[in-house]
Write a protein that binds this ligand. Structure first.
Ligand SMILES: *Cc1c(COP(=O)(O)O)cnc(C)c1O
Length: 714
């Protein structure tokens, strides 16, 4: 047992001990029952701890503890939540029989994972996808293990000043106050591995995070054995220079593969899934292990390993692909290669588009050449990726024949769906909706939900969003020395609420809406049919144009005619995202096609009964053509051409369709046509755009064949 866990056992009265089990398994992050239990222990501490149950229990005063230990209704709920966790862990899921016990595992490598707000080792969509992947793998009962990095300072926290300027600050993450523990060897000692970087050895340890049934290892170099400089390799996510990034990727790929083999045994890792190119060195280290085991050459081993490596590429934006200059790479990886009997020239060939040239080494190319199954993250992105990487198959004339497929992204619905909507799903679909939500047939039952109940749930969600926005603004205003009373005037519970929240990468065109301020002003100031907007998102600290977008939106919202109706909310993270996707009536997305590989926030809004108004790019292009068969529309689509044409279409749709439909009410004040669209949307999209469907597809198309290839190779 870890020190912290022991401390909690000592501190808490015995009747509360089941709380410790619940806290240390992140299953609580998608269990409504467990979360409401934590909230009721101490609502303020729960928020102050940033929804970290271990920190809350460590800080809980003795009076409250003993009070709870005698509160019968609380103890009954605690027991029920504990039993629910035990039932969850011991009942086989849908894939429990497909993969017999002791099947080798799929090791899922990712530079970021978003599991819960307090475990800040993510920046955005890639991390959310990875976290949701693990959660669905757990629900479905797939043999998976996650590998990532424990960044002590995580990604930055965003503060917006009076002028709309973004400020990035970093907070220290304290692993000993989180529900995680050091991965240990059989003797109980922390597991450690060494890898060569330049010509020194760097030691790596790992923190184990339990995500339902799935273990996740987060690697960490901040230990005594290492020099001060090496201790900082795992300090920040996307926060350093090229060298810093290279060292992180060596630790993730090489260190991760070494640690995994030690922890599980080398026969226990059957396949690799590289979530983006960041971890592609793992495929090199795996081939090295294969070669060492059976005495083959590195090349032979690589040929053997390839069949069980899956690579998912995530972006058509060139800056999203990692390139390293040759001298930088050579200086840092040479000793590792030498000690592994891998020839430098052979290695270099794996990462250059044009072999034998002087061009930089590309991690995407490395991932493509060391894997046998590769995919993009939506139908459209699969096609874009085949065209983008066609040059890697010079003998192939037709892009259609390039061996890159697609698995469309999804979201883990039980994590993202609000309580009021979850209650409706329970009634219409059944209490097991969180587990079986990937099955297409079940969601047609949503049409049985009475309109007044659906509308009531939507209203509650919108009210909760407004409440959350105000709380955040109160903090922001206090920092600026302003009175917080004004924050209570912000947003109206009856207005049509449109949200734009995502990373402020410029291709997402956050300011497209500002292209016609007169029309925007009219929408905002219509007394009978009021519309309001909430914006949120971080721009990378080095992205000046992205930060300029934030300033512009902030400034626009400061005018007399927009005040309290056009809000920029600071520090977009998973918890704020949850409030926004749950409360939005309309989820707006305006990427420049085809740069949005998939997008997932719109799926979260959709699963909560919000409607999408989006460019036909990524997932929405697919939803629109393949999942839109009923007479009632699922939302609104903008074709995606020029900025001018797109913004004109956006305004036309808002004025002629979105606003009139939302405010067309029956005698009870219910927008029947609108709710018809909500039901059409929910019934057709929810199963498909869930990670349950996505993970099942990975299993059928890639993991199954990969694991068989692994078993054949020995
Ligand atoms: C879902 C999510 C994202 C990804 O959203 P996109 O639609 O892909 O831009 C990014 N950040 C957070 C915090 C999220 O919850």
């Amino acid at each position: 047992m870890t020190e912290t866990r022991e401390k909690l056992v000592e501190r808490l009265p015995a009747p509360l001990h089941p709380l410790i089990d619940i806290a240390y398994n992140f299953r609580w992050s998608w269990s409504e029952e467990a979360q409401s239990l934590f909230e009721d222990i101490d609502a303020t501490l729960w928020v102050e701890s940033r929804e970290n149950p271990v920190r809350m229990l460590l800080d809980l005063g003795p009076r409250r503890m003993f009070q709870l230990a005698e509160k019968q209704d609380f103890l009954v709920r605690l027991q029920s939540a504990h039993e629910d966790l035990n039932r969850y862990m011991s009942t086989p899921g849908a894939f429990g029989s497909v993969y017999p016990k002791n099947t080798p595992r799929v090791a899922y490598f990712s530079a970021e994972f978003a599991i819960a707000k307090s475990l800040r080792v993510f920046s955005g969509g890639l991390g959310v996808l990875a976290g949701d992947h693990l959660k669905s793998a757990s629900d479905l009962d797939l043999p998976l293990v996650g590998v990532g990095l424990l960044y002590k300072e995580g990604y930055f926290t965003q503060e917006i000043d009076e002028n709309g300027q973004q400020h990035a600050t970093y907070r220290q993450l304290k692993p000993h106050r989180l529900p995680i523990s050091l991965a240990t060897s059989e003797g109980g000692k922390p597991l450690k591995v060494k890898l060569f970087i330049e010509d020194r050895e760097v030691t790596v340890q790992a923190w184990k995070v339990q995500v339902g049934r799935i273990p996740l290892l987060l690697l960490d170099t901040d230990i005594e054995e290492n020099s001060a400089e090496d201790r900082q390799i795992t300090d920040r996510l996307y926060g350093g220079d090229r060298k810093h990034r290279l060292l992180q990727e060596m630790v993730l790929g090489i260190g991760g593969m070494k640690l995994l083999s030690q922890w599980l045994g080398d026969q226990a890792v059957g396949a690799l899934h590289l979530n983006e190119g960041h971890a592609a060195f793992a495929a090199i280290e795996r081939a090295r292990q294969f070669a060492k085991k059976d005495g083959s050459s590195f090349n032979e081993a690589l040929n053997k390993s390839r069949g069980s490596v899956v690579f998912t590429t995530h972006t058509p934006v060139p800056a999203g692909h990692d390139y390293f200059d040759i001298p930088l790479l050579q200086a840092h990886i040479y000793s590792y290669l030498k000690s592994s009997d891998i020839e430098w020239g052979e290695f270099l060939n794996l990462g250059q588009k044009e072999q034998g040239s002087t061009e930089s080494f590309c991690m995407t190319v490395l991932a493509v050449r060391t894997s046998a199954q590769r995919n993009g993250v939506s139908k459209l992105h699969g096609q874009v990726s085949r065209e983008m990487w066609q040059g890697l198959w010079p003998e192939e004339r037709r892009a259609d024949n390039i061996p890159i497929g697609f698995v469309t992204n999804g979201v883990h619905m039980p994590t993202w769906v609000s309580r009021p909507m979850g209650q409706l799903y329970k009634k219409a679909v059944g209490p097991r909706w969180p587990e079986i939500g990937g099955e297409a047939g079940i969601w047609k039952h949503l049409f049985s939900i009475p309109n007044n109940e659906l509308w009531a749930a939507r209203n509650r969600n919108r009210a909760a969003l407004i409440q959350r926005v105000r709380e955040s603004l109160i903090k922001q205003m206090a920092r600026h020395g302003e009175s917080s009373e004004e924050a209570l005037e912000v947003l109206s519970p009856d207005a049509l609420t449109i949200v734009f929240a995502r990373r402020f990468a410029t291709y997402k065109r956050a300011t497209l809406l500002l292209s016609d301020e007169d029309r925007l002003m009219k929408l905002l100031n219509d007394k009978d049919r009021p519309v309001q907007f909430v914006f949120a998102g971080k721009a990378h600290p080095a992205d000046e144009p992205g930060q300029e977008f934030i300033r512009k939106l902030h400034e626009f919202g400061e005018q007399k005619g927009t005040k309290n109706k056009f809000i920029f909310l600071e520090n977009y993270d998973v918890e704020i995202a949850r409030a926004l996707v749950q409360g939005a009536d309309v989820w707006l997305n305006t990427p420049r096609r085809p740069y949005e590989a998939s997008g997932t926030s719109g799926m979260k809004a959709s699963g909560n009964g919000g409607l999408n108004l989006s460019i036909l790019d990524g997932w929405w292009a697919e939803a629109w053509t393949d999942h839109n068969a009923l007479d009632i529309s699922i939302g609104w689509a903008i074709p995606g051409t020029t900025d001018e044409a797109d913004s004109a279409t956006l305004y036309n749709i808002l004025e002629k369709e979105v606003v009139p439909t939302f405010f067309d009410r029956n005698e009870e004040g219910i927008p029947e046509e609108w709710l018809g669209m909500v039901k059409s949307n929910l019934s057709q999209l929810t199963a498909y755009f869930s990670t349950h469907r996505m993970v099942a597809e990975y299993s059928h198309i890639y993991y199954g064949p990969a694991l068989r290839a692994f078993q054949r190779s020995f």
